[in-house]
Design a protein around this ligand. Structure first.
Ligand code: NAG
Ligand code: NAG
Ligand code: NAG
Length: 296
């Protein structure tokens, strides 16, 4: 542990002027892809000097004198999830610090992994945290999301996976949730193509998410004639009504493969314009995760 600490201090000092700041952190290697392996390397420090700007994590193998350099798997310039740092079963890596405040990891505010937690809940429930923690089924709570985003420079990242394990993601450059007096109204920037592997609806054109207040089964704040939360069995920043429904009903196969009328779009559906199945309102995803970060 002391040795690790020493490495961090050494690296931080040494690299203060060279943009390469690293910290020892637990993280999930499946978030990364291995770019290269360099043999004949003698130390963490030497390993760090081999990193290029695209490398977000490095792992020095002391036994084989090998330096492994990783970039992000999922198209971001920063792929660390804050929740991984608290998971003691994950390996210690040297990960890049993107700014001096350490604001470099994605904080999970919503997560679905299976059907063991009911998300069809009322307004009071959605104000505060519920679920099993950020690694499993989780809702951070509207008040906490407001506090987290009030600084105003937050990005949002959405990730999901289908039942074959294909992962999809996209990012929006801006995300902020106002306070209770504003009905927890959200403002969200447009999807960023360079940080996405799917096309998604525009949030600002049309009547989907941007500028919507939050709605639940017992508090209809959407812009539709009926209650979107009831029709689509969830709770969300519904406009009239949604492009994706992360808090919808959890379906498992085979039902998840073809949601039936009239209840299509009530699952964890995502509609990508012009792409179709499974990225439409008839297919319910296996996992969904929503995250915010600053300056990633
Ligand atoms: C820790 O990470 C592993 C691998 O991703 C995961 O399977 C496990 O559920 C995590 N444990 C906790 C306590 O979050
Ligand atoms: C909301 O749901 C909880 C149960 O989860 C219940 O105790 C509470 O009375 C409900 N609140 C309202 C306003 O219906
Ligand atoms: C997944 O695999 C099954 C069986 O190979 C296939 O029928 C299905 O269309 C695939 N796609 C998705 C998104 O589940």
């Amino acid at each position: 542990m002391n040795a690790e600490l020493l490495v961090v201090i050494t690296l931080l000092c040494r690299t203060a002027s060279s943009q390469l700041n690293w910290a020892v952190q637990r993280d999930d290697l499946s978030e990364y892809k291995l770019d290269s392996s360099v043999a004949g390397v003698r130390s963490d420090l030497e390993c760090a000097t081999l990193a290029r700007p695209q490398h977000q994590a490095i792992k020095f193998d002391r036994e084989r004198y090998t330096c492994r350099l990783y970039s992000c798997q999922l198209g971001t310039s920063g792929c660390r999830k804050c929740r991984n740092a608290r998971n003691s079963t994950l390996p210690l890596l040297l990960v890049r610090q993107l700014d001096e405040l350490g604001r470099t990891c994605w904080r999970t505010f919503q997560h679905r992994v299976d059907g063991s937690v009911d998300f069809y809940r009322n307004w009071t429930n959605y104000l505060t945290e519920f679920g099993q923690g950020e690694d499993r089924n989780y809702w951070m709570g509207l008040e906490a999301i407001h506090q987290l985003t009030r600084a105003g420079d937050r990005r949002v990242r959405w990730e999901m996976s289908d039942w074959n394990g294909t992962r999809y993601w996209w990012e929006d450059a801006h995300f902020a949730v106002q306070d209770a007096s504003q009905g927890y109204r959200v403002s969200v920037g447009e999807p960023e193509v360079s940080r996405s592997n799917v096309a998604t609806c525009s949030h600002t054109v049309g009547a989907y998410m941007n500028n919507a207040m939050f709605s639940t089964q017992d508090k209809d704040q959407d812009t539709w004639s009926s209650n979107c939360a009831v029709t689509y069995q969830g709770a969300w920043w519904y406009g009239s009504c949604h492009c994706f429904n992360p808090n919808g009903r959890y379906f498992t196969p085979p039902a998840a493969f073809y949601l039936s009328e009239p209840l299509w779009a009530d699952g964890l559906t995502f509609s990508s314009p012009g792409i179709g199945y499974p990225l439409n309102h008839y297919y319910s995803m296996k996992t969904f995760e929503c995250m915010v970060a600053a300056s990633v």
